[in-house]
Design a protein around this ligand. Structure first.
Ligand SMILES: Cc1cc2nc3c(=O)[nH]c(=O)nc-3n(C[C@H](O)[C@H](O)[C@H](O)COP(=O)(O)OP(=O)(O)OC[C@H]3O[C@@H](n4cnc5c(N)ncnc54)[C@H](O)[C@@H]3O)c2cc1C
Length: 379
């Protein structure tokens, strides 16, 4: 047997899993296709302050660039400010810091091409050969091909392309994130300051028929955002919510690979860190008990559902309401009506107000009727 555990993918989920395994003195190997940890950047880099401090005990790290206290939603004439603390990171430096204590266990430029479960081991087939272990933690981000092959995901995944970059800006309000909504785009443009003169600005939407970069630049002009691009990124965000099953024999899936992204906002760093940690903790238990079967590994699902399952469900409802609002030009209603507490509860804790839930339910029934009537017409 090569290793006790192999981790595939070293974003926040895989790195957090690796740190947890190292703490528990597990013999593991962590592989990633990329050349350098943390690069290329493909993210808005915002993370919840309370959860971050819970994980790392502090927030005074050189990769924490800014503390945000206000979130401003902008849609036509509407400006809505909600108070909630978020940290704006330098994510490449954050991931390099996460990787530092486990450097000797990492193999970069190593691409997983297949995963095969055997009776006595699990094989990770890579461009550099086959690696055997007792267990695999799959944390390979927004690519669901292994999960599909293993029957862990059946539905077609909703995936959004995000485009943005780091920008020189002029004297922005440093403690405020801004979110710009526009009719016709099922998504939003974000401006996350790192300082008064530097910001991460990006845009993600479902139905951008034109080039996402072109639309992004058009929206910058429309909202009169004066910014000079220093670097650019493009990346995929999963908006379907959790996959059907996040475990299998000898396998645990975490982070975006498990669909752990808030389906309405695209937030995923916290869910990646938490699920990576939980997956590793279950792996430690499995190794202790020599139990690698799915019946034993199932307890992983209980754990993440308890921690953020409600948030995931709420994210899906929030996404659908947002799409409906944007489609029927009623997003002002959705953004204006809830109280500040309700908005925070919806986005942070996945608690959807009863009225909004009812609207979502009616919306789903109408959509179902519409689909059925189309089918009947075709018949
Ligand atoms: C444009 C954009 C903006 C975002 N903004 C935010 C934000 O502001 N805040 C927030 O919380 N979330 C944000 N997210 C979401 C967040 O980036 C993800 O949820 C987070 O990166 C998930 O971490 P992960 O470790 O699961 O996956 P990833 O960070 O995607 O890491 C997966 C790793 O697996 C590797 N890999 C993939 N396939 C293979 C393979 N076959 N073999 C080996 N290695 C492989 C990749 O190289 C990568 O390093 C954003 C996402 C995008 C695209």
């Amino acid at each position: 047997m090569g290793y006790q555990v192999v981790i595939v993918g070293l974003g926040p989920a895989g790195l957090m899993a690796a740190r947890t395994l190292a703490k528990n003195k597990i013999n593991f190997l962590a592989i990633d296709n990329k050349k350098k940890i943390g690069l290329p950047l493909k993210c808005g880099e915002g993370v919840r302050e309370d959860k971050f401090v819970n994980f790392f005990g502090d927030k005074k790290y050189n990769f924490v660039k800014n503390k945000i206290t206000e979130h401003e939603v902008i849609y036509k004439g509407l400006h809505r400010v909600v108070v909630y603390n978020v940290l704006e990171l330098d994510r490449p430096k954050f991931e390099q810091w996460l990787a530092a204590p486990i450097k000797s266990r990492i193999r970069l430029k190593t691409r997983c091409d297949d995963i095969k479960t055997r009776e006595d081991c699990i094989e990770v087939i890579t461009n550099k050969g086959t690696i055997k272990s007792d267990l695999v933690i799959l944390a390979n981000g927004c690519d669901f091909k292994f999960q599909k092959k293993l029957g862990l995901v059946k539905k077609k995944q909703i995936v959004i392309l995000g485009y943005g970059g780091i920008y020189k800006v002029n004297n922005v309000k440093q403690d405020r994130f801004q979110y710009y909504f526009n009719d016709g785009f099922f998504g939003y443009l974000w401006l996350f300051p790192k300082s008064r003169n530097l910001a991460n600005i990006g845009f993600g939407a479902l139905n951008t028929n034109k080039s996402v970069k072109e639309t992004f630049n058009k929206l910058l002009r429309r909202h009169n955002i004066k910014a000079k691009q220093l670097s650019e990124y493009a990346g995929l965000v999963s908006c379907s919510g959790p996959i059907d099953k996040t475990y299998d024999d000898r396998l645990l899936v975490c982070g975006t690979a498990a669909g752990f992204v808030h389906a309405g906002t695209g937030e995923g760093i916290y869910f990646a860190l938490e699920s990576g940690k939980q997956a590793a903790e279950i792996a430690v238990k499995a190794l202790k008990n020599k139990r690698f079967d799915k019946a034993f590994l199932k307890s992983y699902e209980k754990g993440w559902r308890k921690e953020f399952g409600k948030g995931m469900k709420g994210g899906i409802i929030f996404r659908d309401l947002l799409f409906l609002g944007l489609r029927y030009k009623k997003v002002g209603f959705l953004l204006k009506n809830p109280t500040d507490k309700e908005v925070k509860d919806m986005i942070i804790n996945g608690k959807i107000p009863a009225k909004a839930k009812l609207a979502w339910f009616i919306g789903r029934i109408l959509l179902l009727c519409y689909k059925n009537s189309k089918q009947i017409q075709r018949l």
